[in-house]
Design a protein around this ligand. Structure first.
Ligand SMILES: [Zn+2]
Length: 630
């Protein structure tokens, strides 16, 4: 196997020939130092990942690999059922957790996590059949009959996560145990369902983007061809209607012509992520534009304020345009993660900061709400409203859960946070672009030299960001910083120039011969603001939401005066004020809103809801009778 020597420790690493605007930086090049994201990643490492391993043990998900490996004989274990049988996709939870451990261990070794991962990798290796096939559900319960249920079996979906775990271990640690397993599994798929196999696609996309990454790691074009083949085979009726219709699994229209996102949100976004990966490797502008078209429509008409996606519970699907009910929002944590994955690929491909804006809104609201502040409690659905009198009823409660029968979301969060520093900054010819703000050290190749920067900020609580040049080539270098779409007052100064207004400019950038100690200073104007919804979203007409910088806020029952129900609150128009909320995070800021039912109510960041006693919550709050902000 021709392993490329450049092991960029990042989940997406386009090959040298790929047509992209930006090149990613990996976890060795971008290191968090302190502050908001460093704290969240520490919780992910110290709490979430060990908790994930304990849950994979306790729920039997790892045990199923022992069964497939003939190391145990008692029954297949699953907390959830589908079509009168156990869930068939649970192997993927082990793979996502392994991916998280790969990124974490690559950053800093830890014996406990490393030993747990070793045990899991050993079980995965033992469970693999001699012919390369590997799926505990099929091997243990279906007599080893492969690809017999492509609609619901999730076999290729599981392989996708296996490949992504293998890529992480290869790139972060240079450990190729999983890569060997994943390559044999991919060969099995290629022989059965590849260009020379029988027609067939998996009901749940995901393997496509993984295969492109396998191509990027190995240099073997076979995997790129297989990814392309599976993508182009979709939308041609191979899966048909089944119970939710062909759009549910994006089999209703080919990927080049489907006009808008449709069906199951996670499936659509994983599919389009793979399409971008193939498009940039093949220089396929038509395919890239098709995804961009769907993405723009999705952001304009089908996205919640939090970046959450999918308003229908029945089939976990996108709704119609502007069908965005806050109380009935499904907004699966995985859909928000998938949106970050797709937007990141589009950012690399196009260089357009609108994709970085969506990543920021989504990661800090729709994604981060998926995990409790303790790191060991999770939410699967992320509605924008919970009613007082529906608490603990119907689908979902206000209480987070340590795990789920379908446990896709928790390990998806773990791998996302473990690789988050790779989303902060990129390189392009002759420079570096900073897309997200976090205290960090950035080391980027520029030509044959190195540019080293350190970023210091209390973001998202403060909009002040200082970037200091620590080392620079003896040549002009471009440093660019995103100006967020929400910023209505952005001031920048670079290397001693006077501060100037960059509001609405999208990017602030400087090209110069930098000296160590030169500074770029930004003030992005992080102040509370009141947001009015698009008038076409019927479900929240007459309401407003509080935001501050990149954060969406909500009011929660735990902050209400005694005797006041959340539904009785109306907010007035006077300017919201800031209040200190160090109970949420060091330096956290809440928003105090003028209200009619009580004099004022306190709003907290949406990501921090459901961390106290169970109770009602809402993002969109009705306004008082007369004064609706324009
Ligand atoms: Zn999920």
């Amino acid at each position: 196997m021709a392993i490329q020597t450049n092991r960029l420790a990042a989940p997406v690493a386009p090959s040298n020939g790929a047509v992209t605007a930006f090149r990613p930086l990996g976890l060795r090049e971008v290191r968090l130092t302190d502050g908001f994201w460093a704290d969240r990643l520490r919780v992910n490492r110290e709490r979430s990942i060990p908790h994930g391993y304990a849950q994979l043990q306790a729920t039997g998900t790892l045990h199923n690999f022992r069964l497939a490996a003939d190391l145990a004989t008692d029954g297949y274990r699953a907390l959830g059922m589908m079509f009168d049988g156990p869930f068939p996709f649970l192997d993927s939870d082990v793979y996502k957790w392994l991916e998280a451990t790969g990124w974490e261990l690559g950053r800093t070794w830890d014996d406990d996590i490393g030993n747990a991962a070793d045990e899991a990798i050993d079980l995965v290796a033992r469970a693999q059949r001699d012919d390369g096939y590997l799926n505990t559900f099929v091997q243990v319960l279906k007599g080893g009959r492969t690809y017999a249920d492509l609609h619901w079996g999730h076999e290729l979906y599981c392989f996708g996560h296996l490949i992504q775990a293998a890529v992480a271990w290869h790139r972060a640690l240079g450990d190729d145990r999983l890569l060997g397993i994943a390559t044999r599994a991919a060969s099995h798929v290629d022989a059965a369902l590849g260009p020379r196999g029988r027609p067939g696609i998996d009901g749940h996309p995901g393997i496509e983007m993984a295969l492109v990454e396998l191509y990027r790691v190995t240099g073997e074009e076979r995997w790129l061809r297989l990814a392309s083949h599976l993508l182009e085979s979709r939308g041609r009726g191979l899966l048909g209607q089944a119970r939710f219709g062909a759009a549910y699994w994006q089999d209703h229209a080919p990927i080049r012509s489907a006009p808008s996102v449709a069906g199951h949100a996670v499936r659509q976004l994983y599919l389009d992520s793979g399409a971008v990966d193939v498009a940039v490797e093949l220089g396929d502008e038509e395919l890239l534009e098709a995804v961009c078209r769907r993405w723009r429509d999705m952001v304009a008409t089908r996205s919640y304020l939090t970046g959450g996606l999918g308003s229908r519970h029945r089939d976990e699907a996108f709704g119609d345009p502007y069908e965005l009910p806050p109380d009935r929002a499904y907004a699966e944590t995985c859909a928000a993660i998938a949106s970050v994955m797709l937007s990141w690929r589009l950012l690399l491909a196009t260089g357009d900061p609108e994709h970085a804006d969506v990543i920021e809104r989504t990661i800090l609201n729709g994604v981060l709400a998926g995990v409790g502040l303790d790191g060991v409690s999770f939410s699967y659905e992320n509605p924008l409203q919970r009613r007082t009198h529906r608490v603990a009823e119907e689908d979902g409660t206000t209480e987070r859960s340590p795990w789920f029968p379908c446990a896709c979301c928790p390990p998806n969060l773990m791998r996302t946070f473990a690789s988050w520093p790779a989303y902060l900054a990129t390189t392009a010819s002759g420079g570096v672009t900073i897309h997200q703000y976090a205290s960090s050290e950035i080391e980027a190749p520029v030509g044959s030299a190195t540019l080293r920067l350190s970023m210091a900020t209390d973001y998202p609580w403060s909009g002040r960001v200082v970037v200091t040049v620590d080392e620079a080539p003896d040549a002009p270098v471009r440093v660019a910083v995103r100006v967020p779409e929400w910023s209505i007052s952005a001031i920048a100064s670079g290397a001693g120039e006077p501060p100037h207004d960059v509001t609405g400019r999208r990017m602030a950038e400087w090209t110069r011969r930098w000296q160590a100690g030169d500074r770029i200073e930004l003030d992005l104007g992080v102040v509370p603001r009141v947001t009015v919804p698009d008038r076409r979203i019927d479900a929240v007409r007459g309401c407003v939401a509080a935001e501050r910088g990149p954060l969406v806020y909500c009011i929660e029952a735990a902050d209400m005066p005694p005797g006041l129900e959340l539904e009785d609150v109306r907010v007035g128009s006077p300017q919201p004020r800031e209040v200190e909320r160090s109970d949420i995070a060091p330096g956290a800021i809440g928003i105090r809103l003028a209200a009619t039912a009580s004099d004022e109510v306190d709003a907290i960041p949406y990501f921090a809801w459901a961390n106290r006693r169970p109770g009602a919550m809402r993002v969109w709050v009705p306004t008082g009778d007369a004064e609706v902000p324009a």
